[in-house]
Design a protein around this ligand. Structure first.
Ligand SMILES: [Zn+2]
Length: 81
C-alpha cells in the first residue's frame, strides 16, 4: 500500500464511486482517530470525480498513515450521552 520515494510517501487508494485507482501524497489524506476502531477512519477526495471518500482505518492502516506523515485529527471520546 505504501510506496516510498526520495522526496515523499504516497499511498495507493481507489475510489468506490468511479473505481479509479491512483496514488496520493500524504497531505491529501486526513486520518481521524476515534475512541474505537469503529470511529477511526481516513478520508481523501477522489482526484478523478471529486467524490469525498471515507474508509475505516484499522490499526495497521493507522500505523502506515501516521508513519507516512498524514495529518491526524484525534476525535474526543464521548464520555457522556
Ligand atoms: Zn472517483
Amino acid at each position: 500500500m505504501v510506496t516510498s520515494t526520495v522526496d515523499k510517501t504516497v499511498f495507493r487508494a481507489s475510489c468506490p464511486r468511479c473505481r479509479a485507482s491512483f496514488e496520493l501524497a500524504a497531505d491529501a489524506f486526513l486520518l481521524k482517530i476515534g475512541a474505537t476502531v469503529a470511529t477511526t477512519s481516513y478520508s481523501f477526495t477522489c482526484p478523478d470525480c471529486g467524490e469525498p471518500v471515507r474508509k475505516p482505518a484499522g490499526e495497521r492502516i493507522v500505523e502506515l498513515l501516521t508513519g507516512g506523515g498524514v495529518r491526524v485529527l484525534r476525535l474526543q471520546a464521548v464520555a457522556e450521552g
